[in-house]
Design a protein around this ligand. Structure first.
Ligand SMILES: [Zn+2]
Length: 62
């Protein structure tokens, strides 16, 4: 039988893992000007300008 402490430890570990993949980056979306979550980050190379960053959904929307 699992102890209560072991259960909450597992829950916390899975929470931390989710946070890792979904933290807020310092990138700002060129389209809407809002900060971009890592999961939504779409880097785009712009000639003569370097990199630009978009939310994936905003980039695909054009
Ligand atoms: Zn955006």
């Amino acid at each position: 039988m699992a102890k209560k402490g072991e259960l909450s430890k597992t829950a916390r570990a899975s929470l931390a893992q989710r946070d890792d993949q979904n933290f807020l980056t310092s990138r700002i979306c060129e389209k809407c000007g809002e900060p971009i979550m890592l999961k939504e980050l779409q880097p785009v190379k712009v000639l003569g300008q370097g990199m630009a960053y978009y939310h994936k959904s905003h980039y695909n929307a054009g």
